[in-house]
Write a protein that binds this ligand. Structure first.
Ligand code: FAD
Length: 458
C-alpha cells in the first residue's frame, strides 16, 4: 500500500500523520526544516525554559485531550499555577486586572461608565443580517462603543493575531462572535444562552478553556509524535512538485542528497499558505495556487527575558498583560511565563515573554536583538517596574508569523474547498484554513484524517 504524503511537520501534519498511522494507513511526513513543530519552539538554557512560538494550548475540545492521551503524554502535561488566573490589560500606563465577574466589571477602572453602559445596551442593539462581511473594529463600534475597541479589542487582537482590528474580518477571524449576533441577536445573550449547547457538545469557549503545556514546554508534543511516527518523518526535505497520476500522486522533493521523487496514494498539504503558493501542482483539472501568496503573515519578534525576582516590582501573578495601541508602548503584550509554569525560570528568577511587531509595528520586529531587548526593557520598566540587567535574553524573529483572516479571506477558504473538490486525493489543512490557534490546528489535523481515509479506502 502506497503511503499518504503529509507535507509539513508542524502540529497539523503530525497530528494527521499520527492518526492515519494508528488507523493502519502508512504515511510519509516531509518537513523542509531540520526539526518538527513548525511554529512551536521551546528552548532550554541556564535553568530557563523559553517558548518562542505558542506558550499554551487551549483545551477547547475533548479531542485535544484525546491527542494528549493517545500520545501517552498525560503524565507530562503541565497545568498552569492556579494562582496565575489574572489577565491584565494596560490602561493609564499600568496593567489593570480584567474583571472576572459581572460585579467586577461594574467596579473595574479598566472602562469608563460610558463603556459599561454600552455593554448593558448591547442586547438591545439592532442586529445586522445583510450578509456583508465586517471588520472586528466595525463590529465592536456598532455593538458596543469605540472605547471598547481601543482599550480592549485592539489589545486582544494584537495578542491573538498580532493583527489590525480594522482589517480582520469578524466572520472569518472570530466566527463564533459573529454567530452569536446571527443566532441570538446579541453577544451577551448568546454567551448566556449558548452555554447549554456548548456543554452538550463538550466544546469550551476560548475565554474559559483550560490552558496547558508540558514539563519541557510545548515542543514535547511534536517531538513525541515524531518519535511515534519513527522513520516515516523525513526532515530537511522540501516538497517542490506534485503530479496527479492514474493511481495517486508523484511527490517531488529536494534534500541534502539532491532531488528525489516518491509515489503516494494521497497528499495532505499542512504547511503555510505562502509556501503553498510556491508548490508546482500538476493535476488532471488544473488549479491555481498562486492566490495563496496574497495571504498576509506579518512579522513578529518573540523576546524572552529573565530577571531576578527582586528586580521586578509587579507581582506578575497572572497569565500576562495585553497592551492596546492607544497606550503608546511598543510591545503588543507580555506573558508572565514563570508565573504560569514555575519551571520556566530558576529559583528566585522570573521569565517574561514579550512580542513586538505584528500589523501594529511591522518594522520593529526585524530590529537587531540588542535593540529589541532595549525596547522591551523600557516598556517593562514603566509597566511592571522592571530594573536591572536581564539574567537571560533570547529572541526569535518570525518574518511571517500568523496569517491574517482579513476582510475577503472567505475567497481563499472557498478556493481551498474548490481545489479539494477538483483534485481528488489532494487535501489542505492547518492554521491557514481552520483557525490560527494550536487547538484549531490539532482539530484541523484530526478532522482531515476522516476525509483522507475515505479517499484512500475507496
Ligand atoms: C510567535 C507565535 C506565537 C503563537 N502563540 C500561540 C499561542 O500562544 N497559542 C496558540 O494556540 N497558538 C499560537 N500561535 C499559533 C500556532 O502556533 C500555529 O497556528 C500552529 O502551530 C500552526 O501549526 P501548523 O502545523 O498548521 O503550521 P506550522 O507550525 O507553520 O507548520 C508548517 C510546517 O510545514 C513546513 N513546510 C511548509 N511547506 C513545506 C514544503 N513545501 N515541504 C516540506 N515542509 C514544508 C514548514 O517548514 C513548517 O514546519 C503562535 C504562533 C506564532 C508564530
Amino acid at each position: 500500500m502506497k503511503s499518504v504524503a503529509i507535507i509539513g511537520g508542524g502540529i497539523t501534519g503530525l497530528t494527521a500523520a499520527f492518526y492515519l498511522q494508528r488507523a493502519g494507513i502508512p504515511v510519509t511526513v516531509y518537513e523542509a526544516t531540520g526539526r518538527v513543530g513548525g511554529a512551536i519552539q521551546s528552548f532550554r538554557k541556564d535553568g530557563y525554559l523559553a517558548e518562542f512560538g505558542p506558550n499554551t494550548i487551549l483545551e477547547t475540545s475533548p479531542k485535544i485531550t484525546q491527542l494528549v492521551n493517545d500520545a501517552g503524554l498525560q503524565a507530562r502535561r503541565m497545568d498552569p499555577d492556579p494562582k496565575a488566573e489574572a489577565r491584565y490589560v494596560v490602561r493609564y500606563k499600568r496593567p489593570i486586572e480584567m474583571p472576572g465577574s459581572p460585579l467586577g466589571f461594574f467596579t473595574t477602572p479598566l472602562f469608563t461608565l460610558g463603556a459599561k453602559f454600552a455593554v448593558m445596551r448591547e442586547p438591545f442593539r439592532p442586529v445586522k443580517r445583510d450578509g456583508v462581511e465586517e471588520s472586528i473594529a466595525n463590529f465592536v463600534r456598532r455593538r458596543l462603543c469605540p472605547e471598547f475597541l481601543d482599550q480592549a479589542i485592539d489589545a486582544l487582537v494584537g495578542g491573538i493575531y498580532a493583527g489590525d482590528p480594522e482589517k480582520l474580518s469578524v466572520q472569518q477571524a472570530f466566527p463564533k462572535l459573529a454567530a452569536l449576533e446571527e443566532k441570538y441577536g446579541s453577544m451577551i445573550k448568546g454567551q448566556i444562552l449558548g452555554a447549554r449547547e456548548r456543554k452538550k457538545s463538550g466544546e469550551v469557549a476560548k475565554d474559559r478553556a483550560p490552558k496547558f503545556s508540558f514539563d519541557e514546554g510545548l515542543q514535547v508534543l511534536p517531538d513525541t509524535l515524531r518519535d511515534l511516527l519513527g522513520a516515516s518523518v523525513r526532515l530537511n526535505t522540501s516538497v517542490t512538485k506534485l503530479t496527479q497520476t492514474q493511481s495517486g500522486w508523484t511527490v517531488e522533493f529536494r534534500n541534502a542528497g539532491g532531488a528525489g521523487q516518491a509515489e503516494h496514494s494521497a497528499v495532505l498539504y499542512a504547511g503555510t499558505a505562502f509556501k503553498l503558493a510556491e508548490l508546482n501542482l500538476a493535476a488532471a483539472t488544473p488549479v491555481d495556487l498562486k492566490p495563496f501568496s496574497e495571504i498576509r503573515y506579518p512579522p513578529v519578534a518573540s523576546v524572552v527575558l529573565g530577571f531576578r525576582r527582586e528586580d521586578v516590582a509587579h507581582s506578575c501573578n497572572g497569565f500576562g498583560m495585553l497592551v492596546p495601541k492607544v497606550e503608546g508602548f511598543k510591545i503588543l503584550g507580555s506573558i508572565f511565563s514563570s508565573a504560569l509554569f514555575p519551571n520556566r525560570a530558576p529559583a528566585g528568577h522570573q521569565t517574561l515573554t514579550s512580542y513586538i511587531g505584528g500589523e501594529r509595528y511591522p518594522e520593529l520586529a526585524s530590529l537587531p536583538a540588542e535593540k529589541l531587548y532595549e525596547i522591551v526593557q523600557e516598556d517593562l520598566r514603566v509597566l511592571l517596574g522592571v530594573r536591572g540587567k536581564p539574567t537571560f535574553a533570547h529572541t526569535v524573529y518570525w518574518p511571517k508569523a500568523i496569517p491574517q483572516y482579513n476582510l475577503g479571506y472567505g475567497k481563499y477558504r472557498a478556493l481551498m474547498t474548490d481545489i479539494e473538490a477538483k483534485t481528488p486525493g489532494f487535501f489542505l489543512a492547518g492554521h491557514y484554513r481552520d483557525g490560527i490557534s494550536l487547538g484549531d490546528s490539532i482539530l484541523s489535523g484530526m478532522n482531515v484524517v476522516e476525509r483522507i481515509m475515505k479517499a484512500v479506502k475507496r
